[in-house]
Design a protein around this ligand. Structure first.
Ligand code: KG4
Ligand code: ZN
Length: 362
């Protein structure tokens, strides 16, 4: 155990003994996630050990509409939330009394969806007399890397690529972040979803593009690699998405068929190239030796392979979560909540959903 963690652990024990009259060493967190279209609950021990991870996905429901319908998402969360929490506690074989704190995503995300999780967490924390810890969704995505990599400790760099976010982040310490780069328009996952819809693959687009790309030629079509002038770590994906739409329309106007697999593979390569380029630029400028990817798009096979190769070439240790911890889940929220807990974060009964919560804000 490194010195920093040793100190943290000691202060936790003291705090627990004085404030909450509990002497056991382990910290067990019940975590709740409902920011988008997954209703999830998990029990996590000491931020790294997942005792249960229950996810109720609404994907099939939203597929009917070609994307997430916020009102339907909220209603479904209300329907499912008690079930997933009960299942998470049962699988972990713990009762509310054995839980040390309740962690919940309170932003960013869909306001109605977030509110379901926040209200539930407050009710449980109040009734069971447990501390309440609001967690930033992106902090959760980054913390997903702690679950399967016990040796991973800050400082490190992270590329967070999801349906709503594309951030290049310096993780200075647990819960301490500097955003070095971000998207100026679409998030990477959003671009995947829009392109998938345009080429007839449907929703959710990312996994479908990933799959069909394996049959295509990534060099078949030269889609642009957009870089933002004077902002080497920022991203822009809307131009790439428009280039795909123009290409398809051009083919249609000429009465030509286009290859779905070639378009998918070429688009995926263009997005991956830009993500890896900017990430490696940061690695070199900031002299980083550890890099972790996170978020739904982090399960993309081309991105994982390309990042791995680029990191290995530079002697940088590369981390990525298993796919189940890349897309939205509550285990990652439990991991982040643990480090917030030991850093002293506690929220009151006035905790609210914050749809545009900034990373690092309390
Ligand atoms: O992290 P996440 O579950 O939800 C948000 O916080 O947004 O990310 C969902 C996004 C969607 O846009 C989905 O298409 C994308 O992640 N995604 C992928 C893959 N799996 C999920 N994108 C590319 N390749 C994948 N294999
Ligand atoms: Zn997410």
């Amino acid at each position: 155990m490194c010195g920093k963690e040793g100190i943290l652990k000691e202060s936790v024990q003291k705090e627990k003994m004085s404030e909450e009259n509990i002497t056991k060493e382990d910290i067990v967190i019940l975590a709740i996630e409902s920011s988008c279209d997954e209703t999830a609950a998990a029990v996590v021990r000491n931020g790294r050990e997942v005792k249960s991870n229950i996810i109720s996905s609404q994907i099939d429901l939203h597929t009917l509409y070609g994307g997430v319908v916020p009102e339907i998402a909220s209603r479904k969360h209300i329907e499912k939330i008690n079930q997933v929490i009960e299942a998470a506690l049962a699988e972990a074989k713990v009762s509310f009394e054995e839980i040390d704190a309740i962690g919940v995503t309170y932003g960013p995300g869909l306001v109605g969806a977030l509110l379901v999780g926040v209200a539930e967490a407050k009710a449980i924390a109040y009734a069971a007399k447990k501390p309440l810890i609001g967690v930033h969704h992106i902090e959760g995505h980054i913390a997903a890397n702690f679950i399967e990599h016990p040796e991973l400790k800050p400082p490190f760099f992270s590329l967070v690529v999801s349906g709503g976010h594309t951030h290049l982040v310096r993780v200075r310490d647990y819960g301490k972040f500097d955003i070095i780069g971000r998207t100026r328009d679409d998030a990477a996952g959003e671009a995947f979803d829009k392109v998938a819809r345009a080429i007839g693959l449907g929703y959710p687009g990312g996994p479908k593009i990933d799959k069909v790309s394996k049959e295509g030629d990534p060099e078949a079509i030269a889609f642009p690699r957009a870089h933002v002038a004077d902002a080497p770590y920022d991203f822009s994906f809307s131009g790439m998405k428009s280039a795909v739409l123009n290409y398809i329309n051009g083919c249609r106007m000429k009465g030509e068929e286009f290859s779905q697999a070639d378009v998918a593979a070429s688009f995926q390569k263009a997005v991956t190239d830009v993500l890896v380029d900017n990430a490696m630029h940061a690695v070199e400028e900031y002299h980083i030796d550890k890099f972790a990817i996170a978020g739904g798009v982090a399960s993309n096979s081309a991105l994982r392979a390309s990042m791995k190769e680029a990191c290995e070439r530079r002697g940088v240790k590369f981390y990525y979560p298993s796919p189940v911890y890349c897309t939205d889940n509550a285990a990652m929220i439990g991991a982040a909540a643990y480090y917030e807990y030991i850093n002293g974060t506690r929220h009151g009964w006035d905790l609210n959903a914050v749809p545009n919560l900034k990373l690092g804000e309390r």
